[in-house]
Design a protein around this ligand. Structure first.
Ligand code: BGC
Ligand code: NOJ
Length: 811
């Protein structure tokens, strides 16, 4: 069953009922100012950091899901309603929500009044704009009222939820004309405030939530809206809000349009006040004055659409498969941008107060994003590397506002260092900018010990070389990519964080997954050494890689698949010797992607085992058989009921690893089959089972052992976005950036047909035509570059050209 449809021409998903199985959200904002917005206008806004600079409140875990947002109420006689349905939930005569790229549109109608909203964050300004158009569709004159509503968060979203003894006394606001200023804590250590304004004179305002709602009313029955009159209260403490009242008279057929602006303003410390107690509004006025008319709004909206069109043009495919076209050209790239911006901090499943930027997560997000805005990728690599420790290990997370490592979670996730190599290598392959390797970058933000980024990569690599266990495989530490495989934790008491409990590293527990990563990213590091002319380092690295391959072949191979790990007793994890958890997906994907086992046939065996033992119609499960008991020696992974999350769920993130691995052995049919199973557009028809948004990936789909097999959770913020884009663009469609130029080497299903790709690479536009006359799955028989046949798969990079025309014929 579906709850809407894709409108590819407008790059929108159109939701046709507010009653989606779960809130279906979108993200507004491209750089610093962000809003999450659901299909019923729920959500919240923050500046840079969802924890530290939260502007509006959201209610987690509430009995009415998706409570609080940027609401507009319409009072028409005795009926009050919202164009997005929530929070009054008054039945609408019509409803539509269009989630687009960086904007959302809503259109609701009731009793001959139609209200349409467009909302977005303009490029370059910390403000969310909403244009509200109210139209009288009936034959009679209408006198109605429009009320806006936002509830302020007192900036620190964590403290805001917990510290009532203080917070209920500190709320402060000002109101001037049609602008409401939220200035809590501005008198003391903050130099910022928020504004909510509308471009028309208002008939009233409210800044106290109790006055607006009435003390015991919910947001569905606000007393002041029911009464049709706001009381112009200036809040003092308690729960500050912002609401405008606009009385509207509409002749039949008449429309009125209003532009609302929700903005964030920072003032220099010595210029905070206009006069004692009155905030300096100069910057607010400048910001608001830019968006005073409908035309201002429309121009800024057009600029946003241009911005996105230009970005998405960097990779564009035309094939006969509409799902691939749609996902590659629109939604997958868009999700990559969102995961890059948010890491795993703020979604409807990540509260914004728990996790900041993940070290490994952000490095992987880069893989899907770097072709879009390489400059920001460069900055991100430097930020991430700046939190690394001198011994090469890394903070597992950092806070986006301070860019400092998070010591609550600390370090000890032993895959982290290698992801820095993955991200940096992707950046250099994309841009050719080797200057980044010479840049001086601090350790743990301490510039006095800074070294070049290249030295950071060396320390990343060497961290693994110097942290090996009894089988010469890498020590796992607190966990590797699988956060829940906690082999040194031994937690016996509820409430202990698996990730932080126990020693950060034991001398025995080892990870075959990290071993695979070491081979893959060790080779990428070696290639960078070569590029930088350091052949002795290159040779040393490659010999370490060879040793690791030998260790994998000796103790990381189980006969039919790769072993997952060795626990703290040196027992195998992910082996036929185990009762449960006999085979895991991660080492099969990573080792084959690294090339291990391709020559001796083990890669094929491992991937066949994946198909036999882990496949379901909804995707490939992370392990089988599911753990039914809690294993002290394995940690959080066995804490989940069978079929959920890391315990045998379909963890979408590593499905593309299997798909890529399949392309490495040339099986395009199977690679694409794996791609399709979790691909949002392909599974739109089962939205009632899948339940999360049909336009983006979710972190997890419940596995075969789960009660709700096929149901997804944790949509939007997942490494699945970047890895899937890497998979489809670089491996299946086969346009892979190398250090020397673009490589063309597709691995598609036999019947995928011919296709054309436009790829902007290092400023040059490549028009690539791929022909597959004999329906092969892999292999390029001829490659014509501007009409000339070249040898091999790599188009040598030539910066003197603006456009390069390429024809590849598979055979
Ligand atoms: C979750 C993992 C997640 C981790 C983040 C765990 O509790 O189960 O999926 O990666 O927390 O720190
Ligand atoms: C989600 C985390 O964000 C990611 O870092 C981790 O690799 C996966 N869960 C698997 O545990």
């Amino acid at each position: 069953m579906k709850y809407g449809f894709f409108d590819d021409n407008n790059k929108e998903y159109v939701i046709t009922t507010p009653k989606t199985p779960l809130p279906w959200i979108n993200y507004l904002g491209c750089t610093d100012f962000f809003t999450l917005i659901s299909n019923t206008c729920g959500g919240y806004t923050f500046y840079k950091d969802a924890k530290l600079l939260r502007m509006t409140r959201y209610r987690y875990n509430d009995t009415t899901p998706d409570t609080n947002g940027k609401y507009f109420y319409i009072k028409d006689g005795d009926t009050i309603w919202n164009p997005g349905w929530q929070p009054t939930k008054t039945e609408l005569d019509s409803y539509e929500c269009r989630h687009g790229i960086g904007y959302s549109k809503f259109c609701g109608a009731k009793n001959d009044i139609e209200a349409s909203l467009i909302t977005f964050v303009p490029i370059g300004d910390p403000v969310e704009l909403t244009k509200v158009t109210i139209t009288n569709k009936g034959a009679n004159k209408k006198e109605i009222q429009l009320f806006s509503y936002v509830e302020w968060c007192l900036w620190n979203a964590d403290d805001d939820m917990k510290n009532y003894q203080r917070n209920l006394s500190i709320g402060e606001v000002e109101v001037l004309d049609s602008t409401i200023y939220h200035k809590t804590e501005y008198r003391e250590r903050r130099n910022h405030y928020a504004v909510y304004s509308v471009n028309t004179p208002i008939n009233g305002f409210e800044t106290s939530r109790d006055e607006f709602r009435g003390a015991y009313n919910g947001p569905d029955k606000p007393a002041a809206v029911l009464a049709g009159k706001l009381n112009n209260t200036i809040a003092s403490g308690w729960y500050p809000i912002a609401s405008h009242q606009i009385d509207i008279v509409l002749a039949p057929g008449e429309s009125k349009t209003f532009v609302f602006a929700l903005g964030y303003i920072e003032n220099p410390d010595d210029d905070k006040w206009e006069k004692p107690g009155v905030i300096n509004k100069t910057k607010a006025n400048t910001l608001l004055s830019k968006y005073q008319t409908s035309e201002d709004f429309d121009n800024a909206f057009a600029a946003l659409c241009d911005y996105w069109d230009n970005l998405l043009r960097k990779f564009h495919i035309e094939s006969k498969d509409e799902h691939v076209n749609r996902m590659v050209n629109i939604w997958n790239q868009y999700q990559c941008m969102v995961t890059f911006n948010m890491s795993r901090s703020a979604s409807y499943y990540e509260t914004g107060i728990g996790r900041g930027m993940g070290f490994r997560d952000s490095c992987q997000d880069l893989l899907g994003f770097v072709h879009l805005i390489p400059d920001r990728a460069r900055e991100r690599i430097i930020d991430i590397a700046s939190t690394q420790f001198q011994d090469g290990s890394a903070y597992h997370q950092y806070q986006p506002l301070t860019k400092k490592g998070n010591s609550d979670i600390g370090s000890g996730f032993n895959d982290d260092p290698l992801w820095l190599i993955a991200g940096t290598s992707a950046y250099i392959r994309e841009t050719g900018d080797t200057s980044i390797l010479k840049k001086m970058v601090p350790y743990d933000n301490d510039m006095s010990v800074a070294t070049t980024l290249m030295e950071h990569l060396k320390r990343s690599f060497d961290y693994i070389v110097t942290h090996k266990g009894p089988h010469d495989l890498p020590l796992i530490g607190r966990a590797d990519w699988n956060d829940c495989l906690n082999l040194n934790c031994f937690s016996e008491h509820p409430g202990e964080s698996f990730q932080c409990f126990g020693p950060s590293e034991g001398p025995v527990a080892e990870s075959v997954f990290i071993a695979g990563m070491f081979v893959k990213y060790g080779r990428e590091y070696a290639a960078l050494c070569k590029l930088m002319g350091d052949s002795s380092e290159e040779a040393r690295v490659l010999s370490e890689v060879d040793k690791m391959i030998a260790a994998i072949e000796k103790d990381g191979w189980d006969g039919e698949w790769f072993v997952r790990a060795y626990d703290a007793y040196s027992h195998k994890v992910g082996s036929k010797e185990c009762d449960e958890g006999q085979i895991y997906i991660e080492p099969q994907g990573m080792c084959v992607m690294a090339g291990v086992g391709i020559e001796n046939g083990n890669a094929e065996k491992a991937l066949n085992s994946v198909k036999d033992k882990l496949d379901t119609k909804y995707g490939v499960m992370i392990l089988q058989p599911a753990y039914t008991k809690y294993h002290l020696e394995l940690g959080e992974i066995t804490s989940y009921p069978p079929g959920y999350k890391e315990n045998a769920g379909i963890f979408c993130h590593n499905n593309p690893w299997i798909s890529i691995a399949e392309t490495c052995i040339g099986r395009g049919n199977r690679a694409f089959e794996v791609y399709k199973k979790t691909c949002p557009s392909y599974i739109e028809d089962i939205s009632d089972i899948h339940r999360t948004e049909p336009y983006v990936y979710s972190q997890m789909v419940a596995g075969a052992d789960a009660k709700f097999h096929g149901e997804a959770k944790n949509s939007w913020l997942t490494g699945t976005a970047a890895w899937t884009f890497t998979n489809i663009s670089q491996y299946i469609l086969g346009i892979y950036p190398t250090l020397d130029g673009l490589s063309v080497n597709p691995c598609t299903p036999a019947d995928f047909g011919d296709f054309n790709i436009t790829r902007v690479y290092r400023g040059v536009t490549y028009n690539i035509e791929i022909k597959n006359p004999n329906k092969v799955q892999k292999g390029v028989a001829s490659l014509l570059v501007d009409g000339k046949e070249i040898k091999g798969n790599i188009i040598p990079f030539d910066s003197s050209k603006k456009v390069v025309n390429v024809t590849a014929t598979m055979n």
